[in-house]
Write a protein that binds this ligand. Structure first.
Ligand SMILES: Cc1cc2nc3c(=O)[nH]c(=O)nc-3n(C[C@H](O)[C@H](O)[C@H](O)COP(=O)(O)O)c2cc1C
Length: 290
């Protein structure tokens, strides 16, 4: 690859996570690994994993996540995939609006904000690339959702990790949330898979996406069985992307799709709207059993 020499290796690129118990990605990985799946093979069919989202059809519900800091990746102006543009929660709200407008003019089919990137590790509002970030109120979210709708696209709040915030986002007019801890921004964050069923209960209209430690298609299956409409995979695609570029990501995505489809076939889930959390077991009991 021509650009490879310019790309940073994963070591400096992927933010280092703490080695102690506060590492949310560690809890998330462990929680996903402890969810087991029962078989419902009789009468099953080969699954269809295609997804309809806001009038578009996708081959799979497994997406790329919001990624920045990828240096040279994507700067060759090669044709881009359908994109939901996630913007930082800049303290300067005009900057957010300007970036939303830019994104829509450059073919993003939805826009959003990673609302969980307000606070930095020093407890102050974070600073990214010299830009001060800010905190958002429910009124702010309402305003950004309205602005997105005026631009003609859905609005996504990324980084929701409680039923409280999910309900606020829905009331404020968000069209989707991403249930996520942003690969461990919040120390001791609850795993998205653990909280998804509760979030499902308090929401109705919004699409629910989820990410964090979706390393293969089996993780995707578990999150979707627990209530996600689609998922994104972050760090799992980075080593291949940085070493070999797009072909490695395509290969990984194809593999993840096969794994998702395999598990759907084994559990009698024919389409993405037919997931059933009761196939999941956790510590010897059906998931969610009292
Ligand atoms: C290198 C890197 C850059 C990221 N940049 C952003 C970003 O700019 N905005 C954002 O909302 N999330 C960002 N994320 C978080 C991802 O969108 C996603 O929430 C997270 O990586 C999912 O967890 P996983 O890496 O365990 O799959 C980034 C993650 C990584 C690893």
């Amino acid at each position: 690859m021509e650009r490879e020499a310019n790309w940073p290796g994963p070591e400096g690129l992927i933010p280092a996570l703490p080695k102690d118990a506060s590492n949310a990605s560690w809890h998330t990985r462990r929680f996903l690994d402890e969810i087991l799946i029962e078989e419902r093979i009789i009468g099953t069919h080969v699954a269809d994993i295609s997804m309809q989202l806001w009038g578009k059809r996708f081959a799979s519900p497994i997406m790329m996540p919001a990624f920045s800091h990828l240096n040279k990746a994507g700067l060759d102006h090669s044709p881009i995939a359908e994109t939901i543009r996630i913007i930082k929660p800049f303290a300067d709200s005009e900057k957010i609006r300007a970036q939303m407008d830019f994104a829509v003019r450059h073919r993003a089919f939805a826009v959003g904000i990673d609302i969980d990137h307000s606070i930095g590790t020093d407890g102050e509002t974070d600073v990214v690339d010299g830009e001060r970030l800010g905190t958002l109120t429910d009124r702010d979210i309402e305003g950004f959702a309205e602005f997105a709708h005026k631009l003609g696209v859905p609005f996504v709040a990324k980084g929701v990790l409680s039923s409280r915030d999910a309900a606020i986002c829905e009331k404020a007019g968000a069209d989707a949330i991403v249930v996520s801890h942003h690969h461990g921004r919040l120390p001791f964050a609850v795993p998205p898979a653990m909280i998804l069923p509760d979030i499902r209960k308090v929401t109705g209209k919004m699409k629910i996406f989820a990410d964090c430690s979706v390393d293969d298609g089996r993780d995707a299956y578990k999150l979707m069985a627990l209530g996600a409409d689609a998922v994104s995979t972050g760090r799992a695609i980075l080593p291949g992307l940085l070493k070999e570029g797009a072909p490695a990501v395509e290969k990984k995505m194809r593999q993840m799709n096969c794994q998702l489809k395999e598990l759907m076939g084994y559990t009698g889930v024919e389409t993405l709207d037919a997931f059933d959390a009761t196939v999941l077991w956790y510590h010897g009991r059906h998931f969610g059993a009292e």
